[in-house]
Design a protein around this ligand. Structure first.
Ligand SMILES: Cc1cc2nc3c(=O)[nH]c(=O)nc-3n(C[C@H](O)[C@H](O)[C@H](O)COP(=O)(O)OP(=O)(O)OC[C@H]3O[C@@H](n4cnc5c(N)ncnc54)[C@H](O)[C@@H]3O)c2cc1C
Length: 591
């Protein structure tokens, strides 16, 4: 039996279809939970979107509390703390469905994710007993206070400071935190600050009514207007010593681990948001007539609709693949003796590369979908009367929070290379072989005629592009490669495309295996994605080659790049049309 896949290992190892989870495999209970989430959105959120976005007094907090009454805030919280103790994949499904809730979705994610999980994973028994039941039921709502006016991406540089009082009973907390989601109403604030002159952050559980806290008025934002975002000031705020979370000085580690999870969840959120935006787009295209024809009949519109579907399917395939990887790793850590909380943290940390790449991919997919959604709506897309306009504005934040996409691109490429250097993944052993063979790569095509064998080889070739270029880059820059951000960005995009291509391929193959038949529409999706992906990888690879490979070696590398990105071309235009036609006929996303 093969060993379970490790984080980042996908770059040198093929996955099997039995190692991945696909959304078609959800069980009855999971489907019921998804339906409950959808009902909640339909009754409590969507009819109130304008009121929520106008920040009607207390409405967002009330809506979250209603979600709490229905058990939706306690999905991941263990049963002994009044939660439902559901597994990771189920919590991803909830994030996926509720992702269609516009600003509510952000408030929900902040509350149940970054606002709750630090206590759940790092709290001692007393802290968990005190806070988790309230957070599970909605009696308490949570927020996460890391960012400061001077410390955003460089979160560890924050100036908030905590000093023990003379009696040794309380920390006196001073400083300010910015952009705090749910800050306008949250009862429990997870606050990051440095104790005395520590260089490393610590974390404190701060209750809203502790003395010495003031809250600024709500920020005026581009989108997710219903979500509360405020600046918070701590002025000799008295925090009991027992509210230090975890140990002194481990705050940055906690912050990163919690953000990791947030990134994977963001990928899931995007699925729900993408699907409703697609539904709005196709329904409009099926109703709007120009030149005596429904605009959905035009090839230009079909192209956009098809791309929306393909990208959503791609994101979904990768999200649930990662979710299974995390789930498997949790089980593995538990079997090795970890408690459940630590196992979860370690598993999410292990998949830091996958978390970062899905955050980038998902947020950019949604931006594409809402942007083209607005375009499909024409002038109406620019009107605040349409939901797609709201979706367009709301989507943009995803590229900024949970680590900007720039920071996440650096995480993807840099971490993978570092794992290689440390020998955690034998990237450079494999890469050295690739480099050795580079001169012998002939531009002959590598296809056998066996559909999945050929796709498998193509995906492997995509990964080889990264290995070939990473080997050359490390050779040239050594540790200075960390400062070559443009090249690392090229690498991050190549790695991401390889991962996503492989995810759709595995899902399609697994689906066909389950259904025991060839599924043409999914092959269309896969073929178009692979085609687009090859072009992206080629462009990014070429950019990298011209950025650092010596002139006399460039031809050799470009020749290899051409070979590794050559794909078996079907009629891509017709494939897109078939995908669009299915969407147009169903009048909503059913894939
Ligand atoms: C609506 C909203 C809600 C938020 N909610 C929360 C919350 O609940 N809790 C919380 O703690 N924070 C929250 N944030 C803060 C958010 O996480 C930060 O805005 C984000 O991390 C970026 O920090 P910054 O805004 O200071 O941008 P900066 O860090 O100043 O970045 C500016 C630009 O420089 C780039 N950049 C920065 N460093 C590098 C680098 N090393 N290499 C390359 N490029 C770089 C960035 O990618 C970006 O493009 C929220 C923000 C918003 C807008």
């Amino acid at each position: 039996m093969k060993k379970a896949i490790k984080g980042g290992e996908f770059i040198i190892r093929e996955s099997r279809i039995d190692e991945i989870f696909i959304p078609e495999e959800f069980n009855e209970e999971q489907r019921m939970i998804a339906e409950m989430c959808q009902d909640f959105l339909d009754t409590e959120v969507i009819p109130k979107l304008d009121r929520l976005d106008n920040q009607e007094d207390g409405l967002m907090a009330k809506t979250l509390k209603k979600a709490g009454e229905m058990g939706l805030l306690g999905i991941s919280i263990p049963e002994e703390y009044e939660g439902f103790g559901q597994d990771f994949t189920t919590s991803m499904l909830v994030a996926d469905v509720l992702g269609a809730g516009y600003a509510f979705s952000v408030a929900y994610s902040a509350d149940t994710g970054i606002g709750t999980l630090p206590i759940m994973y790092y709290g001692n028994e007393q802290q968990k007993q005190k806070y988790l039941p309230g957070l599970a039921t909605g009696d308490l709502l949570g927020a996460y206070c890391l960012t400061e006016p001077g410390a955003g991406s460089d979160a560890n540089s924050g100036k908030a400071k905590a000093v023990l009082n003379e009696a040794g009973t309380h920390y006196l907390l001073n400083g300010s935190k910015m952009w705090i989601t749910n800050g306008g109403f949250a009862d429990i604030l997870t606050v990051f600050a440095k104790i005395d002159n520590d260089r490393a952050l610590s974390v404190f559980i701060v209750e809203r009514d502790f003395p010495g806290i003031t809250f600024n008025p709500e920020e005026h934002k581009m989108g997710i207007k219903g979500s509360s975002t405020v600046q918070i000031f701590f002025n000799n705020c008295e925090v009991p010593v027992e509210n230090l979370l975890g140990k002194q000085g481990i705050g940055f580690r906690i912050a990163l681990n919690i953000l990791n999870l947030g990134r994977i969840k963001l990928g899931a959120n995007v699925i729900g948001a993408a699907k409703i935006s697609i539904n709005q787009s196709v329904q409009y295209a099926n109703e709007r007539k120009q030149f005596r024809s429904f605009i959905s009949n035009f090839g230009a519109i079909k192209y956009k609709l098809a791309q929306q579907v393909i990208k959503t399917f791609a994101n979904e395939s990768a999200v649930y693949r990662i979710s299974q990887n995390v789930e498997d790793a949790v089980k593995r850590y538990i079997s090795e003796g970890s408690d459940k909380g630590k196992a979860n943290v370690d598993a999410q940390r292990e998949f830091v590369i996958e978390a970062a790449l899905i955050k980038i991919f998902g947020s950019e997919v949604l931006d594409y979908i809402v942007d083209e959604g607005v375009q499909i709506h024409g002038g109406m897309g620019y009107s605040s009367e349409t939901l797609i306009e709201r979706g367009y504005r709301d989507s943009r934040i995803n590229r900024i929070f949970e680590g900007t996409n720039e920071i996440n691109r650096l995480v993807v490429a840099d971490t993978l290379i570092k794992k290689g250097r440390k020998g955690e993944i034998s990237i450079f052993e494999v890469a050295a072989q690739v480099t050795e063979n580079i001169a012998y790569v002939k531009n002959k095509r590598h296809f056998t005629g066996d559909y999945y064998k050929d796709i498998n080889k193509t995906v492997k070739n995509f990964k080889t592009v990264f290995l070939m270029l990473a080997d050359a880059a490390v050779d040239k820059f050594n540790r200075r490669l960390s400062y070559e951000q443009e090249i690392l960005f090229n690498f991050a995009d190549i790695i991401t495309e390889a991962y996503i291509s492989e995810s759709i391929y595995l899902r399609t193959e697994k689906l066909e295996t389950i259904k025991k038949k060839k599924l043409d529409i999914y092959r269309d999706i896969l073929n178009v994605y692979i085609f687009d992906s090859a072009n992206i990888i080629y462009t990014k690879g070429l950019e990298a080659i011209y950025s650092f490979i010596e002139k006399e070696k460039q031809d050799k590398y470009i020749n290899a790049l051409r070979y590794y990105t050559s794909v078996k071309c079907e009629n891509i235009k017709e494939a897109r049309r078939r995908i669009a036609d299915k969407l147009i006929e169903d009048n909503k996303y059913i894939f």
